[in-house]
Every structure is written in C-alpha cells, then in structure tokens.
Design a protein around this ligand. Structure first.
Ligand code: GLU
Length: 556
C-alpha cells in the first residue's frame, strides 16, 4: 500500500530537512521578560497606505517600548499582484518616518538570524512543514477544478449552506495517497489543503490584546495552504513565519479577525504556541457623497496614501503624532502636556486602544502638525523645510539657499518664546506667508492692488507712510518704544490712540492707531496680515523699508 509518508516523499523529494532542523536553524529568541517581537509584513503591491503606516508604527512602538525586536517581512506570495520595486519603496518610506527595522528585509539586502525575510525565498521552509503535515495526514493534495469549485458554490448557495471547502464538500479529502499520486502522474494540477478537524457548531475563545476575549466559530474549512505556483497562502505563511521568526505579538488590521480561527487551528495542529494577537482598528472616512463611514480608499481619498502627506510637507512627526491619537485615547491629553516630547516617551497601551474604526480627521492632523512646526527650533525647522523643498518646491529651496541665516531669522519670528507663533500646518504653507520678505517677490506682489482700507484717503496713507519712514529709528527703538512712537505718529495724522474714544466718535478721526499700523503693514507686506510688525521691520531694514514705501507712494 502507498502510504501518506510515501506521498509526502513523492510530492517533495527535494526536501530533506525536518522540523527539528528548522527549530535548530531558527532557535527561540532570548528575550527580556515582557519583550515583544513584532513585525510589519506588507505585500509589495503599491504605495504605503496610511493604514499600513499606522500598523507599522504600532508594531514598532510596542517592540521598542518593551526592549523587544521589530522586523520587516515582505509578503510576496501573491506574485500576480506584486509591483516591482515597491518593497524597497515601502522600506524607504517607513525610514522616512523613523521606523527602521532591527532585522528583516531592507529593500536591497536582508539582515538577521531568521532570514530569509522575503516569503518567496522561503519556499523550501514551507515545504518542510507541509511535508510533515502530509505525513501526519493533516494536509492533502486537492485536484478540484475551477468548474467543480463553482458547482460546489452554487449548490451551497441554493441550499443556503455555509460556503467553502469543508466536510462532505471536501471531496479530495477522501482520495487515497495512491489515487493522489496517480492524478499527479497524470499531470493534473493541484493545490495542497489543510485537513481541518474543527466543527463549525463549536465555539472557541480567543484572546485579543485590544478586544479582550472573543468567541469565534471553530474553523472547519480545509483551506489551501500551498498553491499550484509552489508558494503558500497567507494563512500558512503566517503560521510558519511567525513561528520560526519568533513573533510573539501580531499586530494587524481587524480584517484578519475573520480568519483568526483558522490560524488558531493551524498553530494547535503543529503544537506551536500561537502569538498574542492585537487586531487594530481600520482607519475610516466619512464619504462625501453618501455621508456614510467607509474605509479609506486608495481611489477616492488622497490621504489614503502616505505620499500625500509627504508631498504636502506635513512634518513627519506631526503625522506620527496624529496616528498616535488614533491609537490611544489618552495620547492627545499627553501631547497637550508634552508638546515638545517625542512619541517614544509615550507608553502605548492596549487598554487605551480605541476600538471603533477611527475616523481620519484632517483638521486634527493640521492642528497637530501646526503645533509640531511651531515648537521646532529654527534650525530643525529649516533643515526639514529644506529637505522637503528640494523635492517639492523650487521657490522654498531658493528662499533657503539665497541666505540661510536670513531664512532662519524670518521663520524665527515669535518662535523662541513660551507660546510660539503657529503659522504653518505644513511646509507647503511657508512660501505664501514669507514671500513678501524677499524684495523681488515683494515687487511682484505689487502688481495686484494693495488692500488698503477704502475709507482712508490716499493722501492720508501717503502722509502716514512718509512720516513713518522719516521717524523710524530702528537702531534705538525696541518693540515697546516703537509701538509708542506709532501711537504718537497716529495722533499726528488724526488716528485716535484710544479705541473706546474712537468708537464713540469715529467720524472725527481717520481711524484709530491700529488702522495706522495697518497702513504700514499693508505697504510693507502687501497683505493685511503679517507676523509681528516690529520683527518684520528689523528684518527688512531701513533701506528696504524706504524703498518699499517710495514704491507704494508712487503707485497711489
Ligand atoms: N501581508 C498581510 C497584509 O498586508 C499582513 C497581515 C499581517 O500582518 O499578518 O495584510
């Protein structure tokens, strides 16, 4: 009689290693008590999705905060969906965000004792385990054709039965090793299925670190573990890789909860301890058309791709801090207390994880990023702005390259203080706000009419500006004395120095002194808004101020 052992040998004659050999090759890790070994395990199918950055961040933080290990595994078993080069892109983009693996796949090389970390290079490892399962009668070749599978599905639908390959529907379960061998010799294509011993009428209780105990229906599906292309399916690769790589905490999207019972049965069958699982909430958005919540979509939402935040020039730290608010409900309060701290000083916890699919909240991201940019010192700000600008903005690059010290002075206005000024949400906001500082750019702004208050006559504006330049004494003035001098200047041109008095009798004045300062601001900045005027004056310098005033007067 042709036995299961012989069938295993017949299917995989090239595989000589045993499970024991693999255990020796990949010894259990020596870890500190409580240390987590986590991984980020994307498929190389395109750009870095915002949800994936979130997943990677969580895995990374749990490993780091427990003195554990975080590694990157490339899950490229679905070779039809693979887009060449995207594995490297994913690694690079994560690195951009400071998420760098301790071991694993690095895009152009691999590092670590549990290599290979690319699934397509692990085919022989999976085969060792499959061979063993076939010997034990827990896996078998399946020759069902597409037509047969469709027929089965139609039957199940008609009878309103659970769909899938299980129980009496699992036809190839009953083939003898002899028959299987014969079919293979005849050249029939096949896959290999796991032989489940579960029953869907039973329930199993599985602990999820975030969700607590969950009652799941026991698996009874004979899932495919090995495809006709010689590679495993996700479920089987998860079992084998996370076992041999020593992952003890799997952090992955909640869409995997529906397969969890399969994974539990696979680990049980092998007699291996399953890792802890933490199924993360999916990031959602409110659909603009329907008003309903839905998953972030690659097609519809620009914010679904991490590249969107990079192109817009959101500070990376802002994006990470925003993602941390999605993760833990107490993070925001911590951030308020510790606006300048790095996220690494916050301890992520499972208890504080929000469970509902988190809504992507753009205004919140803007706000957090604004805080991050506001709290940066001028050097860091300039370094990061330059790094961004070189890729995305010629204008900003030129502003920095013309004279870095000058640029730093500009963006340092109201920065070195207890409550820094918060002007920018992202680096792409910078040019619009500081363009006027540069004489050539300022001149170009004059091609549009200046937004002077229409109730103040041009003659008054001219007089104010002339007097302003004549009396400006930047060398001897500080902010307070300059301010006082502006009040006096205002009085000379009939701008009231007291708001209340002015409000009572506005027609007797040209305005109050804030209107007078506003004339100066509009003339020098070509805008009704600017950072602190005295700092602007200092940076422009008397000569440039004079030039601007003359120019404006000539246009009035
Ligand atoms: N390759 C799987 C995915 O991209 C990984 C899931 C997991 O982390 O186990 O969804």
């Amino acid at each position: 009689m042709f036995t299961k052992e012989e069938l295993a040998e017949f299917l995989f004659p090239e595989i000589h290693e045993t499970l024991e050999d693999l255990e020796k090759r990949y010894p259990r890790r020596q870890l500190k008590e409580g240390a987590y070994v986590t991984r980020f395990a994307p498929s190389p199918t395109g750009f870095l999705h915002t949800g994936s950055l979130f997943t990677a961040l969580i895995a990374y933080r749990f490993a780091k905060q427990s003195d554990g290990v975080y590694f990157f595994r490339l899950e490229d078993t679905d070779q039809k969906r693979e887009i060449a080069g995207t594995g490297l892109d994913l690694v690079k983009q994560l690195k951009n965000f400071g998420i760098v693996s301790d071991e694993g796949y690095f895009g152009d090389h691999e590092e670590g004792n549990y290599a290979p970390y690319v699934q397509s290079k692990r085919a022989d490892i999976y085969k060792v385990v499959i061979k063993e399962l076939i010997k034990r009668g827990r896996a078998y070749p399946c020759f069902c054709t597409k037509e047969e599978m469709e027929e089965m599905r139609a039957k199940q639908e008609a009878k309103k039965e659970i769909p899938g390959y299980y129980g009496e529907y699992a036809k190839c379960r009953n083939l003898t090793p002899e028959q299987a061998k014969q079919y293979i010799e005849e050249g029939k294509p096949y896959v290999i299925r796991f032989r489940s011993e579960g029953n869907h009428l039973n329930h199993i209780r599985v602990h999820d670190e975030i969700r607590g105990d969950m009652d799941l229906t026991e698996n009874d599906q004979d899932i495919v573990i090995y495809k006709s292309d010689g590679l495993p399916t996700y479920h089987f690769a998860h079992l084998v890789d996370d076992h041999f790589m020593g992952t003890n905490l799997v952090t992955r999207g909640e869409e995997w909860i529906s397969s969890l019972a399969i994974h539990i049965e696979l680990f049980k069958t092998m007699g291996w301890q399953a890792p802890k699982y933490a199924h993360l909430p999916v990031i959602m958005v409110t659909d603009k058309e329907s008003g309903n919540r839905r998953k972030l979509s690659k097609r519809k939402d620009p914010e679904a791709a991490v590249s969107f935040f990079l192109e817009q020039g959101y500070p990376k730290d802002g994006v990470l801090k925003y993602l941390m608010t999605i993760a833990n409900s107490n993070f925001e309060a911590w951030l308020l207390e510790n606006p300048k701290s790095d996220i690494s000083s916050f301890k992520l916890s499972f208890e504080k994880f929000s469970l509902d699919g988190a809504l992507f909240d753009m205004p919140k991201l803007d706000n957090i990023s604004k805080e991050v940019l506001g709290n940066m010192d001028k050097k860091t700000f300039t370094d990061q702005a330059y790094e961004w600008a070189k890729e995305y903005s010629e204008e900003l690059t030129s502003f920095i390259e013309r004279d870095r010290a000058h640029f730093e002075e500009i963006i340092n206005i109201e920065r070195d203080q207890e409550k820094p000024r918060k002007d920018y949400n992202k680096f792409s906001d910078v040019c619009d706000k500081i363009r006027f500082f540069f004489p050539d750019k300022y001149d170009a702004l004059l091609s549009s009419p200046l937004p002077f208050n229409e109730f103040i006559s041009h003659d008054v504006i001219k007089e104010v500006l002339q007097d302003f330049v004549a009396s400006l004494d930047l060398e001897h003035q500080d902010e307070t004395s300059w301010f006082e001098s502006m009040k006096v200047l205002g009085l000379r041109h009939n701008f009231c120095d007291d708001r209340k008095v002015y409000k009572k009798d506005p027609t007797s004045y040209n305005g109050w002194y804030a209107d007078c300062i506003s004339i100066v601001r509009i003339a020098l900045c070509a805008s009704t808004q600017s950072p602190k005027m005295f700092d602007v004056l200092r940076i422009l310098g008397k000569e440039e101020i004079q030039r601007r005033v003359e120019k404006v007067i000539s246009l009035l």
